[in-house]
Write a protein that binds this ligand. Structure first.
Ligand SMILES: C[S@@+](CC[C@H](N)C(=O)[O-])C[C@H]1O[C@@H](n2cnc3c(N)ncnc32)[C@H](O)[C@@H]1O
Length: 248
């Protein structure tokens, strides 16, 4: 039995390794990614009834991570319509235990708050309205993280370099060993120059450049290459950061 499991896992590793060196597949993926973004692909899905602004592949990745880590606290910056909060809460509900999700957004629209609060999973959700890098907001978040054994952090708010770098500095100390710091939309760095004409971020100024700068000075985190390699299609290349060090 164990031999079968080892064989299955071994074959997967082999195939993922082969896939990683398949240049034509990488080119197709890039082409597909750019073409689908024009149609706002990531806006078209819901999780248990709430719109979630994610690629299905990244939702599966988070499912793997949450099952592995079994966090007692998930902190996510960027709530939007609440789908990702409901997703995180649904995973915690499946795992069992007392885990909660803390969402932070600078602008929680009244109609979104109503829908999130009346959702059957809202008992696991807490929300803070304010900027994710505001000192008072961060103080409240630290109070939630205090004493928790397994904390997972997901950054999905303002995607400029300066903002994400500040978030990385403020939130990384709350991530516990063997958990993850997930930084979404690092893919902006890999998109064409003119992909985000009406946004303050773009090539050279985005979550991936922030991750690169952060990792130069921080050795508690390592990019989980296996995750992005097997996903192929992801908004978070270089963004799945595994915490390999104890709390600072
Ligand atoms: C990409 S959406 C979040 C999507 C959500 N995580 C999901 O998967 O459905 C980004 C959100 O970040 C919020 N935001 C922008 N700047 C922010 C800031 N400084 N602090 C906190 N939230 C911010 C926006 O209001 C918006 O709702």
């Amino acid at each position: 039995m164990q031999e079968d499991v080892d064989g299955f896992n071994g074959r997967n590793q082999l195939k993922i390794g082969e896939m990683a060196s398949d240049r034509s597949l990488a080119d197709l993926t890039q082409q597909w990614f750019v073409a689908s973004t024009k149609h706002e692909y990531s806006y078209h899905f819901t999780w248990l009834g709430r719109p979630i602004i994610q690629f299905p592949q990244d939702i599966i990745a988070l499912q793997e991570i949450i099952w592995r880590v079994k966090p007692d606290l998930v902190i996510e910056t960027g709530i939007a319509r609440g789908g990702s909060l409901i997703f995180n809460a649904s995973m915690l509900e499946l795992i069992g235990g007392e885990g909660i999700v803390l969402g932070i957004d600078i602008d929680i629209r009244a109609h979104n708050r109503v829908e999130i609060e009346k959702h059957p999973l809202s008992k696991r959700i807490r929300m803070i309205e304010g900027s994710s890098i505001d000192g008072e907001v961060v103080k409240q978040i630290r109070a939630y993280a205090q004493g928790k054994e397994r904390v997972l952090v997901i950054l999905d708010s303002n995607h400029t370099h300066q903002h994400v770098l500040k978030e990385l500095e403020l939130y990384s100390p709350m991530v516990t060993k063997d958990s993850y710091l997930v930084v979404f939309d690092t893919v902006i760095e890999d998109m064409p120059e003119d992909a985000y004409p009406d946004r303050p971020w773009g090539k050279g100024n985005n979550p991936k450049t922030a991750v690169w700068e952060f990792l130069k000075k921080n050795d508690r985190f390592q990019i989980d290459r296996e995750m992005e390699t097997k996903l192929l299609i992801t908004v978070a290349p270089d963004g799945y950061l595994k915490c390999v060090g104890g709390l600072p």
